[in-house]
Design a binder for this molecule. Structure first.
Ligand code: C5P
Length: 243
């Protein structure tokens, strides 16, 4: 098959030109990076698992009316997506204290939060994706106030959906990151969930044992990352046949 034109290569994914205008092909690599790419490895099968898991979550979101960029999975590592104009913010939703929140504020990991907390990080590798406030977002024109309101609403709906499906398989959704993009339908701008939703971008803890089933396994050298992601896929009933 003729190779498609590569448009962008990131740490874990590659974007190729899609078959139709307004579409892209998203390819999931096996590369794992952490701490702004200071730690790197190749985890056999990770791309296949994340392609399948992101398909599962985004299809579910599409089905309940939360719009995402996902159109269809093409093969083990590739999916067809809608082209969006990415808003340069990472939106993190937290249900339980962990990671950078615990470090920054001295709140013990595992402390349940009184309500979901939404944070914005400015997407800039050179700056290490700094935490920003809504004031920064508006002042520097990364998004308008209406976009921010829509991003908060979208993120909370993703949180409700993801928390529910994880709870059903004995997993606590501690936190996650999403990226959001703009699309235009008949000159009407809409915000939709883009990028990926996978154990690379979520914290997932087994409810009974507290075992980590997400990228912290790699960040903190807690064991085999592919085994953790395989367990998530197995519980959700979406284990790819030949990872
Ligand atoms: O590191 P921190 O605690 O801020 O991460 C919060 C959540 O966002 C975690 O689930 C983490 O995996 C995700 N995240 C991400 N990509 C980043 C930063 C955080 O997927 N660049």
């Amino acid at each position: 098959m003729a190779r498609r034109k590569k448009l962008y290569e990131g740490k874990a994914k590659i974007l190729y030109e899609g078959p139709e205008p307004g579409t892209l092909v998203q390819y999931f690599k096996d590369d794992a990076t952490a701490f702004n790419a200071e730690k790197k490895d190749v985890i056999d099968g990770k791309g296949v698992l994340n392609n399948r898991l992101s398909e599962y979550f985004m299809t579910g979101l599409n089905n309940i009316g939360v719009p995402t960029h996902f159109i269809k999975r093409i093969n083990m590592r590739e999916q067809l997506i809608r082209q969006v104009e990415i808003i340069p913010l990472e939106v993190v939703v937290r249900n339980v204290a962990a990671g950078s929140l615990s470090k920054r504020l001295g709140i013990a990991e595992g402390t349940a939060l009184p309500r979901p907390i939404i944070e914005f990080y400015y997407k800039d590798d050179a700056l290490g994706d700094p935490l920003v406030t809504e004031e920064h977002v508006i002042a520097f024109g990364w998004a308008a106030q209406q976009d921010l309101d829509d991003m908060v609403a979208l993120s909370l709906r993703v949180n409700d959906f993801m928390s529910g499906i994880m709870l059903a398989v004995g997993i606590r959704l501690v936190d996650f990151k999403i990226e959001i993009g703009r699309v235009w339908d008949n000159d009407f701008q809409r915000l939709i969930v883009a990028d990926e939703i996978s154990p690379d971008s979520c914290r997932l803890w087994d409810i009974e044992t507290g075992q980590k089933l997400d990228k912290d396994v790699f960040r903190r050298d807690l064991g085999n990352l592919a085994d953790a992601y395989t367990e998530v896929a197995r519980r959700l009933g979406v284990l790819p046949s030949n990872v």
